[in-house]
Design a protein around this ligand. Structure first.
Ligand SMILES: NC(=O)c1ccc[n+]([C@@H]2O[C@H](COP(=O)([O-])OP(=O)(O)OC[C@H]3O[C@@H](n4cnc5c(N)ncnc54)[C@H](OP(=O)(O)O)[C@@H]3O)[C@@H](O)[C@H]2O)c1
Length: 248
């Protein structure tokens, strides 16, 4: 029976992956800020789920992670799903900075703690949900896009560090396209929007096979391939944005 810790298990992708892991018979250590949502998840399978409220922007989050791992009886997989994202063409500094605090500072706080645990316990599997938004700079969400690029690069660095140290830590970076979760703006229309159940199933397969990097789904993998071919001068002239629904 695998033991997976999911940070960001209170809604969206993290919650759906948690549900699938329970169906697989895995033990789940669930974390996030919302205690009620954690209690709801635990109620689904009380003997398989342990929970710990934590806020990844706070210094004490690694202590809570350690407590969660102890409740779980150890950790085989760490999945980082916590994140926030906002459209911010107005460049409101509070939004940009909050995004960096969660997706940047909070992310580093948690994955370094998970790495430290695996290093001290003979290895493990460290997986993170970044985004296709990190592949090229996106004008409608600068901090989100930049923070997702940073997450991918950070995992590349940790993967090299693990080799340098001879640690048996496997890494998976998951890059979804648009997924129907509370993170997205309800008023907007997103191209190729994917149901969260389908994305969670992809993620479980990627975790099982320990894929190093995966774009979800195939259509987005193709899109990303095309994005990479676009020269920078042209990329900067593209209008990439979600369409806001007419309120008529
Ligand atoms: N939806 C998409 O289109 C999409 C596409 C690509 C990548 N992603 C990425 O997928 C991940 C999950 O997003 P989602 O779409 O599932 O959104 P979501 O439903 O809003 O879930 C976000 C999760 O992050 C947690 N979180 C946020 N701030 C936190 C904090 N300070 N401390 C601890 N946990 C925190 C939330 O828990 P609490 O509020 O309970 O703390 C929640 O469980 C994010 O990293 C997102 O960037 C999403």
């Amino acid at each position: 029976m695998k033991r997976i810790v999911i940070v960001g298990a209170t809604s969206g992708i993290g919650l759906e992956v948690a549900r699938l892991c329970l169906r697989e018979g895995w033990k789940v250590g669930a974390a996030g800020r919302r205690e009620e949502a954690l209690a709801d998840l635990k109620a689904l399978a009380p003997e398989q789920v342990v929970t710990e409220p934590l806020d990844i922007t706070r210094d004490d989050a690694p202590e809570h992670l350690a407590r969660l791992i102890a409740k779980l009886g150890g950790m085989d997989i760490y999945l980082h799903s916590s994140g926030i994202g906002h459209r911010n063409t107005e460049l409101r500094a509070d939004i940009e900075i909050a995004t960096l605090r969660t997706n940047g500072e909070g992310f580093v706080r948690m994955v370094t703690a998970a790495y430290g645990y695996f290093r001290a316990h003979g290895g493990g599997h460290l997986a993170v949900i970044s985004s296709i938004a990190g592949i090229r700079g996106l004008g409608f969400a600068p901090a989100y896009s930049a923070s997702k690029r940073m997450q991918g690069t950070y995992i590349d660095s940790l993967a090299q560090l693990a080799h340098m140290e001879g640690c048996d830590i496997r890494f998976t970076e998951i890059r979804p396209g648009f997924v129907a979760t509370p993170l997205l703006n309800r008023e907007a229309h997103y191209p190729m929007l994917m149901p969260v159940e389908k994305v969670a199933a992809h993620i479980l397969r990627a975790l099982r096979s320990e894929r190093r990097r995966v774009v979800i789904d195939r259509r987005y993998a193709l899109l990303v391939l095309l994005w990479r071919l676009i020269p920078q001068w042209l990329w900067e002239r593209l209008k990439i944005r979600e369409k806001v629904k007419s309120k008529r």
